[in-house]
Design a protein around this ligand. Structure first.
Ligand code: FAD
Length: 117
């Protein structure tokens, strides 16, 4: 069996990848419903995340830094910032958020600019 730390890191990698990709595909001009959906998704993610310790810390961060859902750019930058807060706590380097939208390309095609929220 792989070491627990390796498995936890792989889970984190996969989770962050999905997290940032969802935010990078969020609408530029979200409706109230789309904003509510994203907030719910993030709060539920923080409840079901399988590493209990991670989830507990992340819920505290969410209370302090609530999801920004007013636009794609704001949502993606918020996600980058909160991941950086986790990085800081784990003594990992701070990520440069300048090109966050380009960094997380879903590979789902030019004609589908937005996820179907
Ligand atoms: P990761 O942090 O997994 O990042 C993956 C890749 O994303 C990086 O290689 C980089 O290319 C990119 N990236 C890095 N920072 C950013 C950013 N700010 N914005 C966008 N992209 C970025 N582990 C613990 O040990 N304790 C915890 O309490 C803990 N809490 C977590 C909470 C959550 C919600 C999640 C999703 C994960 C948590 N983890 C925790 C796991 C931890 O964050 C890392 O995923 C894991 O340590 C592997 O780190 P990594 O160096 O491979 O990079």
């Amino acid at each position: 069996k792989m070491a627990d730390e390796t498995l936890k890191a792989q889970l984190g990698n996969a989770a962050w990848k999905l997290f940032h990709t969802i935010l990078a595909r969020y609408p530029d001009k979200p409706s109230k419903q789309e904003q509510a959906t994203l907030k719910q998704y993030i709060n539920l993610f923080a409840q079901v995340y399988p590493c209990g310790d991670c989830a507990r810390h992340f819920r505290k961060l969410l209370n302090k830094y609530p999801p920004q859902t007013s636009s794609r750019k704001n949502a993606a930058l918020w996600g980058c910032d909160i991941h950086n807060k986790v990085n800081t706590r784990l003594n990992k380097p701070i990520y440069d958020c300048t090109n966050i939208l380009e960094d997380y390309d879903c590979g789902c095609g030019e004609d589908e600019k937005e996820a179907d929220f």
